[in-house]
Write a protein of this length. Structure first.
Length: 247
């Protein structure tokens, strides 16, 4: 079933009004007919509104609410992925899969070993592109909200932004003891905010790790093998998703 996002004000009692670019997609790309059912979310309450298409106007799809699925699909904790900027188009894949795995926000981090250097104009265009990918991934995975891709931060800005979060971890190749990693993962409980720091290709510099440690961010190991930057993030997010949804 196809899913679309609307503003809360577009859900009016039993009627739901879809506007914007989704109108063309529903009418001309998907060629959906009146009577067919779609899923709608307002991105706030986590509910899934099942509705049937009733008619089209020039710039809107008019739908009638059939029922509301109360059970949310969101994780019980908010996960913030602080991702060191990778080379080429890897960030697009990272954003897509992070959204599928339940991340609440993705924060690009301009770490010192990042090969990619974005000026203000390029950074703005990239953020818009990544936000569009996040929205598409949220629709595909039937998320109850669209995760936000934040503007690029420095490592210091990222550490400060994460300062009030409950669980904060940073995979580091010199960290040891998987038991400690498990203990950190197991501190993630419903309602907590979780910060995950992932370095770029080449990892974080020792001074950045030291900055993180001094701020209370826990270095952890992901095992005996060195993982690519995109694999490291997916690994941690998968562990957290399993832990939170199996409790």
């Amino acid at each position: 079933m196809y899913q679309f996002f609307v503003e809360p004000g577009q859900i009016q009692d039993k009627q739901i009004i879809i506007t914007g670019s989704d109108v063309n997609h529903i009418r001309n790309v998907l060629r959906m007919k009146p009577g067919e059912e779609i899923s709608v979310s307002n991105g706030i309450d986590g509910k899934e509104y099942r509705c049937g298409i009733t008619s089209y106007t020039e710039d809107a799809v008019l739908c009638t609410l059939r029922f509301i699925k109360e059970e949310g699909v969101e994780l019980s904790s908010r996960i913030y992925l602080f991702q060191g900027l990778p080379k080429a188009d890897k960030m697009e894949l990272i954003v897509q899969k992070a959204v599928e795995l339940g991340a609440y926000e993705v924060i690009p981090v301009a770490a010192r070993r990042c090969v990619v250097k974005l000026d203000e104009k390029k950074a703005s265009a990239k953020i818009n592109r990544w936000q569009g990918i996040a929205e598409s991934a949220a629709k595909q995975s039937k998320r109850g909200m669209i995760p936000r891709v934040r503007p690029v931060m420095s490592m210091r800005e990222a550490v400060d932004y994460a300062s009030t979060m409950d669980v904060r971890l940073i995979p580091y190749e010199l960290a040891q003891d998987m038991r400690h990693t498990r203990e950190v993962i197991e501190t993630a409980e419903a309602g907590k905010e979780i910060a995950v720091f992932i370095g770029p290709e080449g990892g974080f510099e020792e001074s950045e790790i030291q900055m993180a440690v001094e701020a209370g961010i826990e270095p952890v190991t992901l095992g005996r093998r060195i993982l690519r930057t995109e694999t490291a993030g997916f690994t941690v997010l998968s562990w957290l998703m399993y832990h939170l949804e199996s409790r």
